[in-house]
Write a protein that binds this ligand. Structure first.
Ligand code: ADP
Ligand code: ZN
Length: 436
């Protein structure tokens, strides 16, 4: 395995040096944050008046958290820490869970973001010889523009098509010999289904790699994509509040996301108590920006659930690795009193070779009880279509779910391509319990 770095000195920085860097930039971040009315008040309440009040990384852990609701209340400008003329771009979150949050960037902020994306792209083995098709939506959503500038700076040939329009995606992929794509995992599975319709043979494509991100996905979804496409899939994580994609990226070792700790302080906390978790223990991802001037964020509660992977990565990078996101705190379903995350269901069903590319989770009220239905597409190549085989497969899925996560849902089987497909972030859970 040949390891390449974009910025070897920083990527392999000694941990002690990295922590000194963090403390210095944390002090600067607090100073910048104090320029906003929000943080002046919030930090003032705990006696902080300037960055010099933070003498150690332990002091830092006494600072209050910033929540998504705080950001929503600050809409649109209350978190802007520079004068408006210094801000060169605005992004917002997708608004998956409510009012979108706003982040301003200076040119320097954008340059830092680009640098992180370059590190991630190179760590996955890509070079200037690659042709990169960016299949994430461009616009206020950070998925498109986020990777774009890094890909150009690495020197890849960029096809900025954005999301959707699958037939055109496949045509461009073929005509320009695309080698790498950036895409949501759900869309990646869908595009594969459309190869035949587009009249494109897999062998006529040069595709070798995909950066998958934008939504939680399990290891079994990664394996499925790698298998059907015959490519390497690297996880790419981020959120608009922390710039966007590129906050964490998997290297060639595929053993977790390197979080760029010269740009962010990473913490994992108990979502209820806020207590710090040990390495390996799952909790909520909390991030602090260290280099962002326009919208500094301190101890931002992302609502994403993950854990720190203990130990060093074989690639030589010293920045800690985080597991893939298990889901968002808000994704948790309570079905007849049992707590369950959609990713637990995905992990079980996507392990089964008879299961196809898509599924949907439907929750309804049945009298006073909750009724859980899991709609699953079957994998056409394996499946014969005999009634007895259909019943046997349904039974097998139910048994696997019962054994692994103690739920007993109704399972419905569907033809390949018949469940709703997604060109951006997938919405696989339909919870009709609260609607009238
Ligand atoms: P929204 O929170 O409205 O969807 P964003 O567009 O900023 O806003 O999306 C960021 C969120 O998307 C993350 O907080 C996370 O939940 C999810 N996400 C992004 N990349 C990944 C990834 N690689 N794995 C899992 N989840 C991801
Ligand atoms: Zn690594």
């Amino acid at each position: 395995m040949e390891i390449n770095y974009w910025n070897k000195a920083v990527e392999t920085m000694d941990r002690e040096q990295l922590q000194m860097h963090q403390l210095k930039h944390l002090q600067d971040t607090v100073d910048s944050a104090m320029k906003t009315s929000f943080y002046k008040k919030r930090l003032g309440k705990v006696g902080i008046t300037s960055g010099r009040d933070i003498k150690s990384l332990d002091d830092f852990k006494k600072l209050p958290f910033t929540s998504k609701d705080d950001l929503r209340e600050c809409y649109p400008n209350a978190l802007l820490a520079v004068s408006k003329d210094e801000a060169v771009r605005i992004h917002t979150s997708s608004g998956t869970t409510g009012v979108p949050t706003v982040i301003y960037h200076t040119q320097e902020d954008l340059d830092h973001w680009t640098e992180l994306v370059c590190r991630g792209i190179v760590s996955s083995g890509c070079t200037r010889n690659d042709v990169f098709q960016n299949m994430m939506t461009y616009g206020m959503f950070t998925g498109g523009l986020g990777l774009h500038y890094g890909a150009e700076r690495v020197g890849m040939t960029v096809i900025p098509i954005g999301g959707g329009n699958t037939m055109r995606q496949l045509k461009l992929m073929k005509d320009f010999n695309t080698t790498v794509i950036h895409i949501t995992p759900s869309y990646c599975l869908h595009v594969h289904e459309k190869l035949a319709e587009a009249g494109v043979a897999r062998e006529s494509l040069s595709l070798k790699k995909a950066f998958c991100g934008g939504e939680p996905h399990t290891e079994n979804i990664r394996k499925k994509i790698e298998e059907i496409w015959g490519i390497d899939v690297y996880n790419c994580y981020g959120m608009s509040e922390m710039n966007g994609p590129g906050v964490g990226f998997e290297c060639l070792c595929k053993t977790g996301l390197h979080i760029w700790e010269d740009n962010y302080i990473l913490e994992i906390v108990d979502p209820q108590s806020g207590r710090e978790m040990e390495d390996g223990e799952q909790g909520e991802v909390v991030l602090t920006t260290l280099l962002r001037k326009a919208t500094p964020l301190i101890r931002y509660r992302s609502r994403d659930l993950a854990h720190v992977i203990p130990g060093r990565c074989e690639c030589g990078r010293t920045h800690r690795r985080m597991s893939r996101i298990m889901g968002r705190c808000d994704d948790m379903l309570i079905i007849n009193g049992v707590n369950i995350y959609p990713s637990q269901i995905e992990e079980v069903i996507m392990k089964m070779p008879e299961v196809g590319n898509n599924y949907q989770i439907l929750v309804e009220k049945n009298g006073t009880l909750d009724k859980l239905t899991i709609k699953v597409e079957i994998y056409s190549k394996i499946f014969t279509g005999e009634i007895s085989a259909i019943e046997a497969l349904k039974h097998k899925i139910v048994e696997n779910l019962k054994a692994n996560i103690i739920i007993n849902p109704v399972v419905e089987l569907h033809e390949p391509g018949s469940l709703p497909a997604f060109e951006g972030k997938a919405k696989r859970v339909v919870d009709n319990r609260t609607s009238i």
